[in-house]
Design a binder for this molecule. Structure first.
Ligand code: F6P
Length: 525
């Protein structure tokens, strides 16, 4: 009988995992292991206009080679190939996860998906061109000046992140509405003219509470201000895998763009879901966005593991989380335009890898996704960086900034870069004066990503890099990165509580919630 592959073993029993455990007991500090130009050169990777510097990670040659062995022990490249070939890597839902098919140029991908992707993209582009050029007209024959994008989670974060990052002004104004808090839709509609506003309702399932309530509120707003049922056909669009529900809501079948069950919501910005990006920046920019992601996909598929950026980022992340005890990971974007990146990555990474069950249904025997948070530098330096420098907890961080600025304020940009580099240096070397209260321990591992510039191409490459890192970490932890059963419980519990708040006599199951429901009912009456 042949030997079982190490990937059949529980994660902590895999030989490379055990080697790493031993190495972690004696790993030198970052300073001790890092200060060499030769080592540093080996820890840099450049792909698609993104330079990654892992030189401030706490890894030496032995750790690196054990990490590369961990990739082998986890059958990482086999699993990557299965992902890209459209195998059913989303095991609990028995589906492929083919977000890469959304950005693969015609003739280069999986033929069975190409037609649907290409046809939908063309329909999106036609609509975008007609709105941007003014040929698309509202119910009363006016051009569209505002678009309200209604969607939440994966149907919101990617489109808003990229639209904000590219910061274009050539198309209609885009308003994003996600939250069930009525403030969101009320505020979005404030400056909108019902005769010149289009609505895009984005929901893969078309059953999401927040989106349906906000869509309903938008519809009523439109109808109460002179809009007609026929007018909805000119001004309401939907993007969904549940066409029947969208039609039932009242969207014209010709205004519905498909999503597919083989694309997860948090991986869907490359599909029709990304329409705000094309609306505000144009079809050409959206095409460049897809091209940047495709460049990263090719690298991920083809580069040897020791030079493969997403694979290295994943392995190093696992080293930090599981062996150096970094229970949280900070995304520190030194670019105002990327202020939503930590939120986007929070969904992408934590909804994907916040799991505790192995693919074979057994409990996972190691920690999985750390808490991910972050913000924008240099502003964060005057707030939570104190905790990073002198707090008690271990963390890892990604620094992200651009080589060149879009604006003409050269000194601002040089100071921005200097601050990013100074912060990662401080996290690495610390400071060790006599006075204890002034000491900064350092030895915190960080990665620096420098983008040539923040345009559509580099945004595409950056987001694809993180997507692939997430997949690889899921493989290393032996979990399914593509389901999200945990979020269902809260949705289930909200329905009876909603009814109780409205007067239903059934009582909540715990004392605290019972008390709060009763006190809120009192406030309402
Ligand atoms: O509740 C979580 C979630 O299902 C996310 O995974 C998803 O991106 C979001 O809700 C929105 O879902 P939908 O696109 O189906 O409205």
């Amino acid at each position: 009988m042949s030997e079982p592959h190490p990937s059949d073993l529980p994660v902590s029993k895999r030989p490379a995992w055990q080697t790493l455990g031993k190495l972690a007991q004696n790993t030198p500090t970052i300073r001790e292991c890092c200060d060499s130009d030769a080592r540093n050169a080996a820890l840099r990777v450049s792909v698609a206009g993104i330079d990654a510097d892992f030189g401030k990670q706490r890894i030496n040659d032995e750790v690196l080679s054990a990490l590369l062995q961990l990739a082998e022990d986890s059958a990482l490249t086999t699993r990557r190939d299965a992902l890209l070939a459209g195998e059913h890597v989303n095991t609990s839902e028995d589906r492929p996860a083919l977000h890469t098919a959304l950005r693969t140029p015609p003739g280069k991908g999986l033929p069975e998906f190409e037609q649907a992707v290409g046809d939908t993209l063309q329909r999106v582009f036609d609509l975008v061109e007609s709105i941007r050029s003014g040929t698309h007209r509202s119910q009363t024959g006016r051009t569209i000046t505002d678009v309200v994008h209604i969607g939440i989670g994966g149907s919101h974060l990617g489109p808003e992140l990229v639209t904000q990052a590219l910061d274009c002004s050539s198309g209609p104004r885009i308003h994003f509405v996600a939250n069930i808090d009525g403030e969101a839709i009320t505020s979005a509609l404030k400056g909108c003219d019902p005769e010149r506003t289009a609505f895009v309702i984005v929901s893969k399932s078309f059953t999401t509470l927040e989106t349906l309530y906000n869509a309903q509120a938008a519809r009523s707003w439109f109808l109460e201000r002179g809009g007609s049922i026929e007018g909805i056909a000119a001004q309401f669009f939907a993007i969904s895998a549940n066409v029947d529900k969208a039609v039932e809501f009242g969207i014209d079948a010709g205004n519905i763009f498909p999503m597919w069950d083989w694309v997860g919501g948090r991986y869907s910005v490359w599909s029709a879901v990304g329409i705000p990006i094309a609306l505000s920046c144009g079809v050409e920019a959206f095409t460049r966005f897809l091209a940047g992601a495709y460049a990263m996909d090719r690298h991920f598929a083809e580069a040897p593991i020791a030079e493969n950026l997403p694979i290295l980022a994943a392995l190093i992340g696992v080293w930090n989380t599981n062996f150096l005890g970094a229970g949280n990971h900070a995304v520190l974007a030194y670019d105002e335009r990327l202020s939503l990146l930590p939120l986007y990555l929070q969904q992408l990474e934590t909804e994907s890898n916040g799991k505790s069950v192995r693919l074979n249904g057994e409990p996972v025997d190691v920690h999985t996704m750390p808490i991910l948070w972050g913000g924008v530098g240099s502003s964060g330096q005057h707030a939570y960086h104190q905790l990073l420098h002198q707090g008690t907890r271990a963390f890892s961080a990604d620094f992200i900034f651009t080589r060149s600025a879009r604006h003409a304020l050269d000194e601002h940009h040089r100071w921005l870069q200097a601050n990013a580099l100074a912060q990662s240096q401080a996290m690495m070397i610390g400071d060790h004066p006599e006075a204890m209260e002034k000491r900064v321990p350092g030895n915190h591992p960080t990665t620096t990503f420098v983008l040539d510039e923040l345009d559509a191409f580099h945004m595409g490459a950056l987001l694809a890099l993180y997507e692939h890192k997430v997949f690889c970490q899921g493989v290393l932890w032996d979990i399914n990165s593509f389901d999200q059963w945990g979020v269902e419980l809260g949705k289930r519990l909200a329905t009876p509580i909603y009814k109780q708040l409205g007067g239903d006599s059934a009582l909540a199951q715990d004392a605290s919630t019972r008390f709060l429901v009763e006190s809120l009912r009192g406030a309402a009456s």
